[in-house]
Design a protein around this ligand. Structure first.
Ligand code: FPP
Length: 233
């Protein structure tokens, strides 16, 4: 029997700063290497036939960092969006977005919109860039979208109402969430959608991640027994 490839994988790309500090480098150098790792893993995931890959590039809490570090990460995102078009075209990779785009610098918003428009027809893997993303923020925005869209007589929400107003309602919940750099927490990533995601934690720092590390995570996922709160039949 063929091994099951998860449809949707989310990654909390952690450890850029520690990777740099251990080498006596500045934190931004870690982010630069982190971007290179992101490119390697996008390719690896696409080659494996993953349909959706969500990359947690900047959280709603990351604004607490120094303005230099924030600007550097935003610059990297811009660079990624600009430089990846040929690769995306060749591999039919579509760019999507999750988060509160209105809170991003106008230049990034423009690049994101351009990349999403240019790749909208691509039928390969979809890469969802989570930038200025917070799981709690997404749920609050979903509820507010519901309130604005609903008629005055509907005052009680159900799960479907929330799902329908999340950032990307058409994308299935992540089957697997990977976190690098050995921390055991969700850090506000896909809180709603991750209710039954399998979690894989790697001690390796994100800049060290290679294709083989991603493949090992998928192999570990394939050995999991998913019961969704039920019992094994
Ligand atoms: C976490 O490491 C990493 C980030 C907050 C930034 C991630 C951004 C990139 C990899 C570049 C942009 C990527 C794409 C795909 C556009 P950390 O700084 O929290 O590391 P630490 O916990 O060791 O300090």
């Amino acid at each position: 029997m063929d091994k099951i490839i998860p449809a949707h994988v989310g990654i909390i790309m952690d450890g850029n700063g520690r990777w740099a500090a251990r080498r006596g480098l500045v934190r931004t150098q870690g982010h630069l290497e982190g971007l290179k790792a992101s490119k390697r893993i996008v390719k690896a995931a696409s080659d494996l036939g993953i349909k959706y890959l969500t990359l947690y590039a900047f959280s709603t809490e990351n604004w607490k960092r120094t303005s230099e570090e924030v600007s550097f990460i935003m610059g990297l995102v811009k660079k990624y969006l600009k430089s990846e078009f040929e690769f995306s075209k060749k591999n039919k990779i579509r760019t999507r977005y999750a988060g509160d785009m209105a809170g991003l610098p106008p230049g990034i918003q423009k690049e994101l919109k351009t990349s999403m428009a240019e790749t909208a027809g691509f039928t390969g893997m979809q890469v969802i860039l989570a930038i200025n993303y917070g799981g709690r923020d997404e749920i609050v925005r979903a509820v507010n979208k519901f309130i604005l869209a609903s008629s005055a007589d509907k005052q009680v929400l159900n799960e479907k109402d929330i799902c329908a107003h999340l950032d990307n309602p058409d994308i299935p919940d992540p089957d697997l969430i990977i976190r690098t750099a050995g921390e055991y927490r969700t850090s506000n990533f896909l809180l709603w959608q991750g209710a039954y995601s399998e979690i894989y934690i790697s001690d390796k720092m994100w800049p060290e991640w290679e294709k083989e590390d991603f493949e090992a995570a998928i192999t570990a996922f394939q050995k999991r027994d998913r019961r969704y709160g039920g019992i094994k039949t």
